[in-house]
Design a protein around this ligand. Structure first.
Ligand code: GLN
Length: 306
């Protein structure tokens, strides 16, 4: 496995076309695009890294996997009253379907869906308490107390978050919100701004690769049924309108973020985190996807067969 990840990192280092760093969040625009890392956490808890695996990056929408997991823990099946389970076929920040579907987002991974999930998990608490809970969950999953929110990124998102504010107010106009829109948005922007490296992220995703149990810590995080279902949502919706392409090329449940990270799950085998800040036109990491494509070719881990 070490040779495989070393080979992949070497191939990525030689690429000329690295994609474009997200610019609509100014703090993300200043990240050096010339970086790559990969961490593979095997289901037995062993870990293999290549590239700058200790460098922190903004996990952005990858956080939506973990807020969904928290929401399912708190609300159970009632989560599905707030968001659907269908791929959207639209960009991550699209508003169009919300009008046709009475303000109910198609899935928990588009921005509108994750904002609705943030509203659901606040449950009458202060946003600060909810954020502390999300952060504590990430630290528990990654077995690393150092994980923190990058306040500069959160502030940058808040300043330029008109689109997300539109989505939130539009949903609230249907009477769906239980908390003030600003509190929900603040929670959403901050959980997107959690900074992690690929080692921490691959470890945090292990419970999804191992039927709900984190083998690194021995703790059961969710039931095996729930882990399977979260994986299904990642496969169908984790890359927005690029989910079909990601399934075709990589063949794993995955969740991308505009910070350039991707968490991919090879059920029964591994949790994989890759990071390269340059994005494709849809907003998914360009080299991250190429690296995962190589990894599944070399390992035969695609859920669709060898
Ligand atoms: N925080 C980002 C946003 O709201 C998340 C988007 C993403 O990672 N795709 O726009």
């Amino acid at each position: 496995m070490q040779k495989i990840v070393d080979d992949i990192a070497a191939q990525m280092a030689s690429k000329i076309e690295k994609g474009t760093v997200a610019s609509y969040i100014p703090q993300l625009a200043c990240v050096n695009p010339d970086q790559f890392s990969i961490s593979v956490a095997l289901a037995d808890g062993s870990l293999f890294n290549a590239g700058c695996a200790q460098t922190l990056f903004s996990i952005q929408s990858i956080s939506k996997v973990f807020t969904l997991t928290l929401a399912l823990g708190k609300l159970g099946e009632r989560v599905w009253n707030r968001v659907g389970r269908e791929p959207s076929g639209d960009p991550f920040n699209s508003i169009v379907q919300l009008e046709h579907e009475q303000g109910k987002p198609r899935n928990p991974f588009v921005n509108a869906g994750a904002i609705a999930i943030a509203d659901a998990i606040i449950q009458g608490h202060q946003p600060k308490e909810t954020l502390a809970e999300i952060l504590q969950f990430m630290r528990f999953l990654a077995d690393d107390e150092s994980i923190a929110i990058n306040e500069k990124v959160a502030h940058s998102e808040e300043l330029t978050g008109e689109r997300n504010a539109s989505l939130a107010h539009f949903m609230a106009s249907f009477g769906h919100f239980q908390n003030p829109v600003d509190a929900v948005l603040g929670t959403y922007f901050h959980h997107c701004s959690i900074a992690m490296n690929t080692v921490q992220l691959a470890t945090a995703g292990l419970f999804l690769a191992n039927s709900g149990v984190n083998p690194a810590t021995g703790y059961r995080v969710v039931s095996s049924k729930r882990a399977r279902r979260i994986n299904s949502l990642m496969l169908m919706c984790g890359h927005y309108d690029g989910s079909g392409e990601f399934a075709y090329r990589v063949g794993l449940p995955g969740k991308s973020g505009v910070g350039g990270g991707i968490l991919a799950i090879a059920p029964g085998n591994a949790s994989i985190a890759v990071w390269s800040p340059g994005l494709d036109t849809i907003g998914n990491s360009k080299l991250g996807t190429e690296a995962l494509e190589l990894l599944t070719q070399k390992t035969g881990w695609s859920v669709f067969g060898k």
